[in-house]
Design a binder for this molecule. Structure first.
Ligand code: F6P
Length: 358
C-alpha cells in the first residue's frame, strides 16, 4: 500500500488542480501497489489539525481546466510555524504526528516561497516530501517557470489591452497595477505583451522625472496617451535608498492605497495631465488555467508521480532550460528569483523603446 498525502498552501493560482491531477493519474496508472490519497484541507492547517479527505481517482477527474484548488488553501506563515498555536500546540510536531499516524509514505506539497520553507523544514524533520512550484509571481528559485504564471500573464495582458483602447480615445495616462509581490516577472511580461510604454518593477527602482520624460517624449512625437504597467512592489530610487525599517515606516504612513496611486498623483501634480489607475488584483489569480499552464502543470505533476513511484524524495520538480528537473529542496527554500536588471529581456525591452523609469 502506498499512502500519499497532498496539500496546496499559500495564495492560490491557476493549474493547481491540473498539477495534482497529473500526480494522481501518473501514480494510479503506474503503481503496482494499492494507493490511498489523503487530501489535507486548507494547506498546512489540514496537516496540523488532521483535517483531510480520502480521495480517489474520480476526485481528480474533470479538474484539468478548473481554477483554484479542490483542497482549499490558506496562508500559514513560515515565520511563525515554529511558534505554538493559540492553544499551545506545537505545529511542527502536530504535522509529524498526522503524517506518522496516517502512516503516510510521502507528502506532495504545492506552493510558493513560504510553502517551500516549511516543506524543507518537514524534510529536515525526516518526512518524505515532493513539491511542485506554483505561483503567479514566478519568483521561486530553482525553476525558470512556475505554474499559474502564464495564466496570470494572459489576464494582466488582457487588462492592459482593454485599457489601451480607452486610453487612446481620451489621450490619458493610464497606470495598470500588476501583482507579483516583491518581483517584476508578471509586470514585465504582461507589460511587454500589451505594448506598455513604461514598465516599473521592484528590481529597477524608478525616478518619477524619468517617467514623466517618457510621457512628454510620447506627447512630442504625437502619441496622446501613455500606458504604464506598475508592479505592486515597484519602488522609487529615493525609497530604495531607505533601510528596510525606514521603508516599512514610510509605507505605514502612505496616504495612497498603493504605489500606483502615488505615482499617478505625482504625474498629475507635475504635469497637470489626467491620470487613471486600474488594479485588476486577484482576477490575475482566478479562472481557468491557460493551455500552456495545463500542459506545464500536468508535466510537473507527472514527474512528481514518477518520483513517488521511485521513492525519490526531498525535491521540488522544476523547469530549467526547457527540461523538467528535480531540484533539492534545501537549494530552493528561502531564495527569491528576481528579474536581473541587466537580463536580456530587460535590454530587449529597452531597445524597443520601453522606459523602466531608470
Ligand atoms: O503570491 C501571489 C500573490 O497574488 C501576490 O502576487 C500578491 O502580492 C499576494 O499573493 C496577495 O496575497 P493575498 O491573496 O493574501 O492578498
Amino acid at each position: 500500500m502506498k499512502r500519499i498525502g497532498m496539500l496546496t498552501s499559500g495564495g492560490d493560482c491557476q493549474a493547481l488542480n491540473a498539477a495534482m491531477r497529473g500526480v494522481v493519474k501518473t501514480v494510479l496508472a503506474n503503481s503496482k501497489e494499492n494507493v490511498e490519497i489523503y487530501g489535507f484541507l486548507d494547506g498546512y492547517k489540514g496537516l496540523i489539525y488532521g483535517k483531510f479527505q480520502m480521495l480517489t481517482g474520480r476526485d481528480f477527474s474533470g479538474i484539468l481546466t478548473k481554477g483554484g484548488t479542490i483542497l482549499g488553501t490558506s496562508r500559514t506563515p513560515f515565520k511563525t510555524i515554529q511558534d505554538p498555536d493559540e492553544n499551545g500546540l506545537n505545529k511542527v510536531e502536530a504535522m509529524k504526528q498526522t503524517y506518522y499516524k496516517l502512516q503516510l509514505d510521502c507528502l506532495v506539497i504545492l506552493g510558493g516561497n513560504g510553502t517551500h520553507k516549511t516543506a524543507n523544514l518537514l524534510r529536515e524533520e525526516g518526512l518524505n516530501v515532493v513539491t511542485l512550484p506554483k505561483t503567479i509571481d514566478n519568483d521561486l528559485w530553482g525553476t525558470d517557470m512556475t505554474f499559474g504564471f502564464q495564466s496570470a500573464v494572459n489576464i494582466a495582458t488582457e487588462a492592459i489591452d482593454c485599457i489601451h483602447t480607452t486610453a487612446a480615445s481620451h489621450g490619458r495616462v493610464f497606470i495598470v497595477e500588476v501583482m507579483g509581490h516583491k518581483v517584476g516577472w508578471l509586470t514585465l511580461n504582461a507589460g511587454m505583451a500589451s505594448g506598455a510604454d513604461i514598465i516599473l518593477i521592484p528590481e529597477i527602482p524608478y525616478d518619477i522625472d524619468k517617467v514623466i520624460d517618457k510621457i512628454e517624449e510620447r506627447d512630442r512625437t504625437g502619441s496622446r496617451f501613455t500606458i504604464i504597467a506598475v508592479a505592486e512592489g515597484a519602488i522609487s530610487k529615493k525609497d530604495a535608498k531607505l533601510s528596510k525599517k525606514e521603508y516599512k515606516e514610510k509605507l505605514k504612513k502612505r496616504t495612497h492605497p498603493s504605489v500606483s496611486y502615488e505615482i499617478a498623483a505625482q504625474i498629475q501634480e507635475k504635469t497637470g495631465r489626467e491620470v487613471r489607475v486600474t488594479v485588476p488584483g486577484h482576477m490575475q489569480r482566478g479562472g481557468s488555467p491557460c493551455p500552456y499552464d495545463r500542459v506545464f502543470a500536468s508535466r510537473l505533476g507527472s514527474e512528481a508521480g514518477k518520483m513517488i513511484l521511485d521513492n525519490q524524495y526531498g525535491f521540488m520538480v522544476g523547469y530549467k532550460n526547457r527540461e523538467i528537473v528535480r531540484v533539492p529542496l534545501e537549494d530552493v527554500a528561502g531564495k527569491l528569483k528576481m528579474v536581473a536588471p541587466d537580463a536580456s529581456i530587460v535590454q530587449e525591452a529597452k531597445l524597443l523603446g520601453i522606459s523602466f523609469g531608470d
